[in-house]
Design a protein around this ligand. Structure first.
Ligand SMILES: NC(=O)CCC(=O)C(=O)O
Length: 306
């Protein structure tokens, strides 16, 4: 196996069997992120690691109410993607369980690499990043919980069962520097901006948008995060299931720094493959030097996680 897996859910053992890599460094900052103006704002930009070309696999999985079956489906998809030469394999948000507050406590696990994650009596929506050797490189707990109410369309309150994470997650892997967000996290541009300032080359968002906000915002937000920050963005959704309960929009997608769609799925289960050339980032940033043109005398991002 050659792949690094970025995954939300399922047992570490299942994934460890399916992935392999050399080292990596994990930072799990504890403090919240805020934007402030003026003298306290940071201008620091951290250079990214040397650019690489990587092959990415977005596994849009059919998720059922049978956890073992979901793990088996994920294992098969990871095997297939690794066999196809993927360097990075991405799994959907909450891929080991139906997306519902009823399911989160039932499907939660207490030990490594499961989602929903149970820790010290709390539940989190957590994305785990594994290396090729199955080593856990990083863990992102969803920072912005999905609490929305659009009457007659979609009402969801993750905070009924879940606790928000307390940090942002940048992970140095063999394939490059990754920033991790989960679904609703994509709506908060400051988070992506801070990842860009830390030299992240690709932000990965496992996500499960719905049938109201999906068609309206899913692609738009990915393009916005990519273009604003001149980096790559990848999302991975569960496949759409038309049963009762939450219906995921699907459409797992990869976007380049010029808003180009590198690969995308429809609503059905399947794997999307695409190439990402991180070398393009320097060129895009030279063509349009946004980060040097920012008016940090008027506004800037303050990094409170340091
Ligand atoms: N699982 C989620 O966080 C869903 C987010 C979503 O649908 C949105 O519109 O935002």
């Amino acid at each position: 196996m050659r792949s690094v897996a970025v995954a939300v859910g399922a047992g570490a053992a299942a994934l460890a069997a399916a992935v392999a890599t050399r080292g990596g460094r994990t930072r799990l900052p504890r403090l919240p992120l805020r934007t402030l103006c003026g003298a306290n704002a940071t201008k620091e930009v951290i250079d990214p690691p040397p650019p690489k070309k990587i092959k990415v696999a977005l596994c849009q999985l059919a998720v059922t109410d049978d956890k073992q079956r979901n793990i088996a489906t994920a294992r098969t998809a990871i095997d297939e993607a690794a066999g196809a030469g993927a360097d990075l394999v991405v799994l959907p948000e909450m891929w080991n369980c139906p997306y519902s507050n009823d399911s989160f406590p039932t499907y939660a696990e207490e030990v490594g690499g499961s989602i929903p994650e149970r820790c010290d009596g709390r539940l989190y929506n957590t994305c785990f990043v594994y290396g090729r050797d199955g080593r856990l490189l990083g863990r992102h707990r969803k920072v912005h919980l999905f609490d929305i109410d659009i009457p007659g369309k979609i009402t969801f309150k993750e905070s009924l069962t879940l606790t928000p994470g307390e940090g942002l997650t940048v992970v140095d892997t063999e394939v490059g520097r990754l920033g991790i967000g989960i679904c609703y996290d994509i709506r908060f541009p400051e988070m992506a901006q801070l990842y860009a300032a830390r030299g992240v080359q690709l932000i990965v968002y496992p996500g499960a948008f719905n049938m109201t906000t999906g068609p309206a915002h899913w692609e738009l937000l990915q393009k916005a995060r990519a273009v604003d920050n001149q980096l790559f963005v990848a999302t991975c959704s569960p496949a759409r299931s038309e049963g009762p309960g939450y219906i995921a929009w699907g459409h797992s997608t990869a976007v380049g720094p010029f808003a180009e769609i590198l690969g995308t799925a429809d609503e059905k289960a399947g794997i999307v493959y695409c190439e990402m050339d991180f070398g393009q980032l320097a060129e895009r940033r030279a063509n349009m030097p946004l980060r040097h043109q920012k008016r940090s005398d008027l506004y800037a991002l303050m990094d409170l996680t340091r």
